[in-house]
Design a protein around this ligand. Structure first.
Ligand SMILES: Cc1cc2nc3c(=O)[nH]c(=O)nc-3n(C[C@H](O)[C@H](O)[C@H](O)COP(=O)(O)O)c2cc1C
Length: 207
């Protein structure tokens, strides 16, 4: 399986980095697409500075998550020949993490003006998994309408809003909360957070 991880210009680049790291660690191939605004957010929020060209982005990301060129590929924003640009190409899930409200809107209307929007559009038309991780506060009526429309179309709206019941001790714990939810959606085993109810007395081995 390969997963498309599209990174857009909402706050929360660290979620994207951790997600890619977890996917590669789980032996899943990752295809990354980075929006122009995401590059700016990366530079603002993380120690990772992503160059403009996909080859440079691939080099930086592979180094960060310790992946080789098969495990992690990067496609340009306007690479219409990329497998994710057509329903007859790559059949895997698409995760937009983080998802800006701008990209959310473009996906909701089928704009397909870049490879991120097109990959999401293809996932919707092919009835494949599309997971959107929006971050904004507060949400406007436009944002909420777009999310409602997209959830009705089959996308999963998975907001970057970590819970606190696992008693996070660090920013990494908060990030892992959200990334664990994405991995759960993708049916990928992980150790980022214990599953709810795992230590419940009724789930203990009776022997
Ligand atoms: C540092 C920074 C943080 C931002 N945070 C958000 C955010 O949390 N949510 C959001 O929807 N847009 C946010 N934006 C604005 C988007 O980057 C902007 O709307 C951009 O056009 C989105 O383009 P894209 O969807 O192609 O990435 C932020 C921009 C910057 C520079």
């Amino acid at each position: 399986m390969r997963v498309c991880v599209a990174m857009t210009g909402a706050s929360g680049s660290l979620y994207a980095l951790r997600l890619v790291q977890a996917l590669v660690g789980a032996g899943v191939g990752v295809d990354v697409i980075v929006s122009k605004a995401a590059q700016l957010v990366f530079a603002t929020e993380t120690p990772v500075s992503l160059p403009g060209k996909p080859q440079g982005q691939a080099q930086v990301l592979r180094e960060y998550v310790n992946a080789n060129s098969e495990q992690l590929r990067v496609f340009a924003r306007e690479d219409w020949m990329a497998p994710w640009a057509s329903g007859s190409g790559q059949p895997g899930p698409v995760v937009v993490c983080p998802c800006s409200t701008g990209t959310l809107s473009a996906i909701a209307t089928g704009a397909s003006n870049n490879l991120i929007e097109r990959a999401a559009d293809v996932a919707l038309k092919e009835r494949r998994q599309l997971i959107l991780v929006p971050r904004e506060a507060p949400y406007s009526e436009i944002h909420l309408q777009n999310m409602l429309n997209l959830t009705r179309m089959g996308a999963v709206i998975l907001p970057a809003s970590p819970g606190f019941y696992h008693q996070p001790q660090s920013i990494e714990d908060l990030i892992d909360f959200v990334v664990a939810r994405i991995l759960n959606q993708l049916n990928i085993d992980h150790q980022l957070m214990p599953a709810w109810g795992k230590d419940h007395p009724s789930t203990e081995d009776p022997s």
